[in-house]
Design a protein around this ligand. Sequence first.
Ligand code: 4NP
Length: 167
Amino acid sequence: MIRVLFVCLGNICRSPLAEGVLLHALRDKGLDTQVSVDSAGTSNYHIGDSPDPRTMRNARENNIILTSKARQFKEPDLEKFDYILAMDRSNYQNILRLDSGQRYQDKVILLREFDPLDKGADVPDPYFGGEDGFGQVFEIVDRSVRTFLDHLIERHSLSPSDGSTSN
Ligand code: 4NP
């Protein structure tokens, strides 16, 4: 099993969306038994909360149902996951700061390293902005996550397991 964790600040806008988009794409491709997905926030602001209603609505309009509850990123996550994808530089730095032995730096990556349109940029934080921002975040997250999945498929030679109904 390949374990993927998406990380933002609150774990109610960007990272639960990325989690939902990847899960949806994995199910589509019959790969959901080979890759597990989770998300977390570097802050403790929203622990236990469902995703922001604006994020949920945007996702639902794209056929993605979000069911996660916010949790805080913790040091053991560094070992537990194979890919830790940070939404922006601030989250990236906060994750690396917990890696006191500097053993896990290679698995911490900015999500937009996989964005073919603006490689290495931050996913903007939509929380304090208007509804538009949520649509933009969806576009960014959707294409970055899809490119990341292509990378996983190639890197790990993934193919649908027996019994998959996908095409
Ligand atoms: P997220 O967005 O990091 O994408 O979940 C935010 C959610 C909440 C806050 C900031 C960003 N906040 O300050 O409460």
